[in-house]
Design a protein around this ligand. Sequence first.
Ligand code: A2P
Length: 341
Amino acid sequence: MQSGRSAGSAPVVAIVGATGAVGVELIRCLEERRFPLSELRLYASARSAGRTLPFRGEPLPVRELGEDSFRGVDVALFSAGGGTSRRFAPLAVQQGAVVVDNSSAFRMDPGVPLVVPEINPEAVRGHRGIIANPNCSTIIAITPLWPVHRANPVRRMIVATYQAASGAGAAAMEELRESTRAYLEGRPYENRVLPHPYAFNLFCHNTKIDPETGYNEEETKVVRETHKIFGDDSIRIAATCVRVPVLRAHSIAINFECERPITPGQVREIMQTAPGVKLVDDPERNYFPMPKDASGHDPILVGRIRRDISDPSGRSIALFVAGDQLLKGAALNAVQIAELL
Ligand code: A2P
């Protein structure tokens, strides 16, 4: 599906969910990456109509999203939840826009490319109007693993996530701040956004658990989306996804098994040149990837690279990653997809 824009002119870009945690980062990424656009339109719910948000030094009005919002829009970046995407993304496509959708609404649709630009940029070519941005834990786990997989195919992966509040939106980040303040001041706090007390606590990811498998939706997304993006359903994957009281960067412990023997030195060497990745691996100082260091930065930090000693065959590695959920896990990846267009 082509947009109505004449060849060579800069596109009109819309952000749906511009006032949200990801929306604000989308605006920043477009600005910082000097995305060539002729106009930026910001949409959110009726609650935000009339607000302004800064872009390139100017206050831009936030408008209420409506059925005709996409007339003249070439690229629409959606981050307003699955329900809004399901209702409005098809309308945007009908009106001539290409949609990059951050929700899970279309990710597993066989006609919708699911793209991490460092891994499968060519998949963008097959789009029919909608391109899906993967789940944040999936992106952060598999971007560093892709160059390893190409050198020595990954056959099995066990991941355990330590996920930040930002993945549940701006209101969850505020709940973490507020409940921490209340906890330290000895005040009672009733959680409203997340299902359990968040300050000084951690809990199973706040998505539904499949009664048959026992896995929550986030864990299932990591498995299915990795298969789709790597184009290989035979990789055996199990995930444990946990929300931790960190504001905006996810950390993930990953153990993986390759087809052939592999050494920590080989993985470290691959990480030195892996796109979108930065090696942070200093055992002498006990300095490894931390969410504090990943927050606000584009690259996914990778370290603690060591043999997985539970596999005596020498084919397994353990490592630890941290990546900004709002940037590479969401807004940055979406803007990189828009750049491919
Ligand atoms: P608003 O701020 O007006 O509620 P987050 O993921 O941080 O919770 O942000 C969600 C984003 O999605 C916000 O920008 C929010 O706008 C927007 N949003 C939520 N529901 C709708 C809707 N029905 N129509 C348009 N935007 C919506």
